[in-house]
Design a protein around this ligand. Structure first.
Ligand SMILES: [Zn+2]
Ligand SMILES: [Zn+2]
Length: 414
């Protein structure tokens, strides 16, 4: 179905997805839709588990649950730690790295094929920013950079799982009967809220000027994120987040099963949120923002810092507002009031708003599209004239033209 001519600008498709596109498409379309949905969900979960090497930690806890790895070498000296608690580390490391890379490329490649190759000719049906694509250079950059951070995080997971398997200290328990029923239930919201709120705070911290320029900006090279962007984070920041996620395993009595169920949920949404696809949260996730929420974060930079709960942004005033503009130069999450922006800023912002996909919003409309009323607050007659032009463009759902030539072309788009 997807021929080479449909994907002329996609280097990844040329290299490894396009080659098998036709046969993949034939096979995939034979599957009943509920089967393909289940397969896709499992594939995304597996990818999520591979990106930080969490699959290895889960494997160690499963083994411990069934009586393996329960021998604990006694430490006679602190200097014994390396020898006794990190025995067989290289085996863990090699396993973590090989499996993580295999899953990252096989499943990441599959997801890329499924949307970015197979449906590349109809982005308005599925893409959060259907008029814009990551350049081939940036696609390659996110995969190379993402692969490096994946190596760092998988190595950290190898250390933790090796330590736990050799009887290292942790507060994890394996028998639900060891704690009252209410604690078995209560630990789920406690761990989830702790991890999500701390990630919001860390993310917001990395959006302050110094940390942004030196670390987090790398992740924001991708204004149109794809699933491969998830691991394309500066390793310092990535290890920072990974280590805060691990804290409950060492300070709270947590059963490994609910703890890792939460991790699967978090990583699953990490991929969904970066996919660039207009996924919506299910009815049973009233706390969970849709994928467009984080896609907006990549498009507008310093806004919508949360991940799995939109409430933190609402509480702290960093939730995207219609009457504000947000750019890479406007820090701290509150944007700039439309009444204070320049002509150029307003024009550029309207263009951005129009490049979004209405289907990515619950209303199936562009929730942030500016109307004449919204633009009344802008000062100056010149500004008003520009605004009128911009609003007209919005009505036609086209990009705001910068020049007369562009203007005449734009009416042909839909
Ligand atoms: Zn960010
Ligand atoms: Zn991101």
């Amino acid at each position: 179905m997807a021929k080479a001519k449909k994907v002329p600008n996609d280097p990844m498709a040329v290299r490894w997805a396009e080659k098998y596109s036709d046969s993949l498409d034939t096979g995939w379309s034979k599957l009943p839709s509920f089967v393909s949905k289940i397969v896709a969900t499992i594939a995304i979960c597996l990818l999520g588990l591979s990106i930080n090497g969490e699959w290895l930690n889960i494997s160690v806890h499963i083994a411990k649950q069934f009586g393996y790895f329960n021998q604990k070498a006694i430490l006679e000296h602190w200097s014994d730690i390396w020898e006794k608690r990190f025995a067989n580390l290289w085996g863990f490391w090699l396993g973590a790295v090989i499996v993580s890379y295999t899953i990252y490329f096989v499943i990441g490649g599959f997801l890329h094929w499924y949307f970015y190759v197979r449906q590349r000719d109809r982005p308005e049906e599925w893409k959060c920013q259907p008029k814009k694509w990551l350049s081939p250079e940036l696609e390659l950059h996110e995969i190379l950079f993402g692969s490096f951070t994946l190596l760092v995080n998988s190595s950290a997971s190898a250390l933790v799982s090796c330590y736990i398997s050799n009887g290292g200290y942790s507060t994890v328990y394996y028998n639900f009967g060891d704690y009252p029923w209410w604690w078995n239930l209560l630990q789920v919201p406690i761990v989830f809220i702790y991890q999500d709120y701390i990630t919001y705070l860390i993310h917001r911290l990395y959006h302050t000027p110094f940390l942004y320029k030196h670390f987090h900006k790398l992740h924001h090279k991708y204004k149109q994120p794809t699933a491969f962007s998830v691991t394309a984070i500066h390793p310092v920041e990535s290890l920072h987040i990974q280590s805060t996620y691990l804290v409950p395993l060492f300070v709270l009595p947590v059963h490994w099963l609910p703890y890792y169920a939460i991790q699967i949920y978090v990583y699953y949404h990490g991929i969904i949120d970066h996919s660039g696809v207009n996924f919506k949260a299910y009815w049973w996730q009233p706390w969970q923002p849709d994928a467009i929420f984080h896609d907006n974060h990549h498009q507008y930079f310093h806004v919508n810092f949360g991940f799995n709960c939109f409430i933190w942004d609402k509480l702290h005033g960093t939730y995207r507002r219609k009457d504000r503009i947000y750019t890479e130069d406007i820090y701290y999450g509150r944007g700039k009031a439309i009444s204070e922006v320049t002509h150029e800023e307003l024009d550029a912002d309207i263009k951005e708003r129009l490049s979004e996909n209405p289907l990515a919003y619950r209303s199936n409309e562009l929730d942030f599209k500016l109307t004449n009323n919204d633009l009344k607050s802008t000062n100056g007659s010149a500004k008003k004239a520009k605004s009128t032009k911009a609003v007209k463009a919005q009505k036609n759902n086209v990009n705001t033209p910068n020049s007369a030539a562009k203007k005449s072309k734009s009416t042909k788009k839909n």
